[in-house]
Write a protein that binds this ligand. Structure first.
Ligand SMILES: CC(C)(COP(=O)(O)OP(=O)(O)OC[C@H]1O[C@@H](n2cnc3c(N)ncnc32)[C@H](O)[C@@H]1OP(=O)(O)O)[C@@H](O)C(=O)NCCC(=O)NCCS
Length: 357
C-alpha cells in the first residue's frame, strides 16, 4: 500500500521537528512497557526528553540523505523502511527504534522510513539519545540492534582466491544459521575434533552462540562463492577477551572441499582488518598440537606458539602482522565494510586506537 508513497511527501517528521503530527509528553508507563526497556528502571528523565507524535498512514518519518538530528521509538503502529528503488528493506513495529544509526554516527539518514499504518512515535533528539545510552544495560541493547542492522546492510566485499576463484566476504548473519549447521553436519569427525576439540557435533546451544553474534565483541566473516553466494566456503571469528579488550581469540573453519586454496589465510587478514577498527591489537588462538594447517596459517602472520599441554598449543600474533596478509586495497575495502558494524555506528564504547591517542 505504501510503496513509493513517501515520494509524495515534502517533509520528514524526524528531519523537521514540529512540522507534522501532534506533539505531546510521553507517559513514563507507556515508555516502560516497550520491550527495549524490560527490566530497566529510571526511565522518567528519558520520558521527559521525548515527545509523542501521532502519524497518519503514509507520513514520512525519515528521508534518505537528510541530516540525522533525532530518533524515534515506535509506541504503536508500523513503519516501513524503503530502499531507493521503493522496495521495503525492513519493517519496524511497536518497541522498535528508528533513526538511531544516524544520530549515533552523525551521518545523514541511510534510508527513507514511512508510517505504514496510523502510528504513535516517541521522538527525541541527541539529549534523549545520550540519556537512553546511560540507562543500565541500554547501551548494550542498542549496540546489538544497531550492529545487527549494519551487518545486514554491509556491502559484500569482492576478493579473489589464489587459484583465481572469485569470492565475496561479508559478516556472518543470524540468517546463516541453517547453512552453517548443515555445513558442520557435512564435516568429518576429524574436522570437528580440530575445530571444537571433540568429534561430537556441536550442540544447538553452541550453534546459537556461534551464529547470534553481537559484532562488537564477537565478530565473524564468511567467504562465499561469488557465482553461488549461497555456498559458504569458510568462516572465521574473533571473540574479544573479557579481561583485556585489546585482545581477542580467533577460530576458523573452512569447508573440507575448499581447503588449501588460501581461504583461511584470507579470513585471517579479514579478521585483522575488522579487529583493527574495533581497537583489538593482538589475536590469540588455541589449537590441537597436530593441527599443522592451522599452525601454517597463523605462522604466516608470525604467530608465536606455546605448548599448553601435551595435546594443544596456544598462539599469539599481532593484528598488524595479519593485516599485511591482504593486498592493501582488499584490507581497505574490508575495513570500510566492517567499521560501522564493529563500532555499532559509534554506540559501542570502542577502545581507543593507539594511533588515535
Ligand atoms: C585449518 C584450516 C582452517 C585451514 O584452512 P585453509 O583454507 O585450508 O587454509 P589456507 O589454504 O589458507 O592455508 C593452509 C596452509 O596450511 C598448509 N597445510 C595444510 N595442511 C598442512 C599440513 N598437514 N602440514 C603443514 N602445512 C599444511 C597449506 O599448505 C597452506 O599453506 P600455504 O598457503 O603456504 O600453501 C582448515 O584446514 C580447517 O577448517 N580445519 C578444520 C577446523 C580447524 O582446524 N580449525 C582451527 C581451529 S581454530
Amino acid at each position: 500500500m505504501c510503496v513509493n508513497y513517501w515520494r509524495r511527501q515534502s517533509t520528514a517528521l524526524l528531519g523537521h521537528t514540529g512540522a507534522m503530527g501532534h506533539p505531546g509528553p510521553v507517559a513514563v508507563d507507556d515508555l516502560s512497557m516497550l520491550e527495549l526497556f524490560d527490566g530497566v528502571s529510571g526511565v522518567g528523565r528519558l520520558a521527559g526528553l521525548l515527545e509523542v507524535r501521532e502519524l497518519v498512514a503514509g507520513a514520512e518519518v525519515v528521508r534518505k540523505g537528510d541530516a540525522s538530528t533525532s530518533f524515534a521509538l515506535v509506541g504503536m503502529g508500523t513503519i516501513e523502511i524503503f530502499d531507493t528503488d521503493g522496495t521495503v528493506l525492513a519493517v519496524a513495529e511497536r518497541g522498535s527504534i528508528v533513526g538511531e544509526l544516524g544520530i549515533a554516527s552523525g551521518r545523514p539518514r541511510r534510508a527513507t522510513a514511512v508510517a505504514a499504518s496510523p502510528t504513535v512515535l516517541y521522538v527525541g533528539g541527541r539529549d534523549a539519545f545520550e540519556e537512553m545510552l546511560a540507562l543500565p544495560g541500554l547501551r548494550r541493547r542498542l549496540q546489538r540492534i544497531a550492529a545487527a542492522r549494519l551487518a545486514m546492510a554491509a556491502p559484500e566485499v569482492p576478493a579473489t582466491l589464489r587459484d583465481g576463484s572469485d569470492v565475496y566476504l561479508r559478516p556472518l548473519l543470524a540468517s546463516d544459521k541453517l547453512a552453517y549447521t548443515n555445513q558442520l553436519r557435512r564435516w568429518s569427525a576429524e574436522s570437528l575434533r580440530r575445530r571444537f576439540f571433540s568429534a561430537a557435533a556441536p550442540s544447538a546451544d553452541l550453534i546459537d552462540y556461534l551464529v547470534e553474534i553481537d559484532y562488537v565483541d564477537h565478530f565473524a566473516w564468511v567467504v562465499v562463492d561469488r557465482v553461488r553466494p549461497d555456498v559458504g566456503l569458510g568462516l572465521a571469528r574473533y571473540v574479544r577477551s573479557a579481561g583485556d579488550p585489546r585482545r581477542a581469540e580467533v577460530a576458523f573453519g573452512v569447508d573440507e572441499e575448499s581447503r588449501g586454496r588460501g581461504v583461511a589465510t584470507m579470513l585471517l587478514g579479514a579478521l585483522a582488518a575488522a579487529a583493527d577498527c574495533a581497537g583489538i591489537a593482538t589475536f590469540t588462538a588455541e589449537m590441537l598440537a597436530d593441527n599443522d594447517a592451522m599452525r601454517a596459517v597463523l605462522g604466516k602472520a608470525d604467530a608465536r606458539f606455546h605448548a599448553v599441554d601435551g595435546s594443544s598449543v596456544s598462539a599469539e600474533l599481532e593484528v598488524e602482522a595479519a593485516c599485511a596478509l591482504l593486498p592493501a586495497h582488499l584490507g581497505d575495502d574490508l575495513a570500510a565494510a566492517a567499521n560501522d558494524v564493529v563500532s555499532a555506528a559509534g554506540i559501542a564504547l570502542v577502545v581507543p586506537h593507539p594511533r588515535a591517542t
